[in-house]
Design a protein around this ligand. Sequence first.
Ligand code: SAM
Ligand code: SF4
Length: 466
Amino acid sequence: MKMQREIIPIEEIKQTLKKTREVSAREAGSIIEKAEGLKGLTPDEAAVLLHCEDKYLIESLCRAAERIKESIYGNRLVLFAPLYLTNTCVNNCLYCGFRRDNLDLERRVLSEEEIRSETETLIRDGHKRVLVVAGESPRECGIDYLERAIKTIYSTKIAHGEIRRINVNVAPLNIGEFRRLKAAGIGTYQLFQETYHLPTYQRVHPSGPKRDYHNRLTALDRAMEAGIDDVGMGVLFGLYDYRFEVLALLYHAQYLERKFGVGPHTVSVPRIEPAAYAPISANPPHAVTDADFMKLIAVLRLAIPYTGIILSTRENAGLRDRLFHIGVSQISASSRTSPGGYTQGEDTSVSNGQFAVGDRRTTTEVIRDISKDGFSPSFCTACYRVGRTGQEFMDHAKPGHIQKFCLPNSILSFKEYLLDYGGEELRKIGESLIEKQTAAIQDTHLRKATLKKLQEIEMGKRDLYF
Ligand code: SAM
Ligand code: SF4
């Protein structure tokens, strides 16, 4: 309990939310202005912005979030796809289609062959990054199985195509198991607390190992102690008041920073979507409106400017396109949320997967739309492969240097994508974007080096980066 309070000071959060309710618009405006200095926000400041209802202030908050994201990462958006290994699960989370009580769901644990086939489909789609996801199933999907699955994914190659970074979102492990995950070559380990509000947590997790709030809350500590430099956190929005959740997440991030010298590498912002046999998924107890969702993402960008914000295909295409403009830095595309879903061409409706997917565009369509919108699609996996992780990544990001890598690397990885997977229409859009983006690299030396690498890719070389 003591440690729980050290990570999430519940009373302090409640007091902060109370005392910041009536703050003036002028004060809120000056907090937004201050955030542009990229120093983050205190919990009090974040709370003031979370209370904001003024249309003009929220507009200025969103524009600030867009500028902050651009000044740190440039206008790149990193793409990935989830790869579900199993839908078996010993838990009974009231919001999830994989819950034990969903007796209609055909349970599967992918074999090595099936994992290879899923990976091949993703590679053919142009992906270089996957997020491995699984239900909690210690017997069928323990650490031995995960190690083998990761090996299979990394060893699957088709012509120039391969997966170069595997991130993982699986149930909490112990330190020894996390060490093995690290040794298997994973990038980020992600785990969402779902809700930081203990009574709600206990209500929506009625049974199974996931009922242990403390074990989940301390999982990222164990991952970092085991040497995994990059960890990702998240909240499942809709379970409890979003203002409380955002503040709790910020306290959790601060706690990691205090303890390990570095905060979370990414934050995910899933909202509850409809799922089969999941009693609270159709009507979440604290459903977050689109407007509040937008606001909370913008507040996160201001509060923890150097943390990647991940937006999944849970949200529909129209809303995603708007959210890309307010601080999101990583996005999934063409996702399937069931094991074997890519190979089978699973429909994305509610009955099959873990939850219903909102953005059903193909990867090509997502890339076309974001390119037209001026974003630079990125399949870059450079940082983690050259050891720019954890503290080292932040040391580059904080003085504003990460952009120097992000933009050229997004250009190079996009060029590969266009040559290997792009159709005629996309190539036209892409090449003109690449030309513009390359010309926009201010450092002459870097611009020339990028042009040289682009030529090399044109001649058949692959996997070039800074
Ligand atoms: N089973 C593990 C766990 O729960 O930690 C691994 C990841 S689980 C398959 C991935 C995430 O999906 C969960 O952490 C939860 O936030 C999210 N999720 C579950 N049901 C959802 C729903 N109906 N809508 C949106 N996201 C959902
Ligand atoms: Fe299982 Fe995870 Fe779904 Fe809960 S959220 S039922 S633990 S797969």
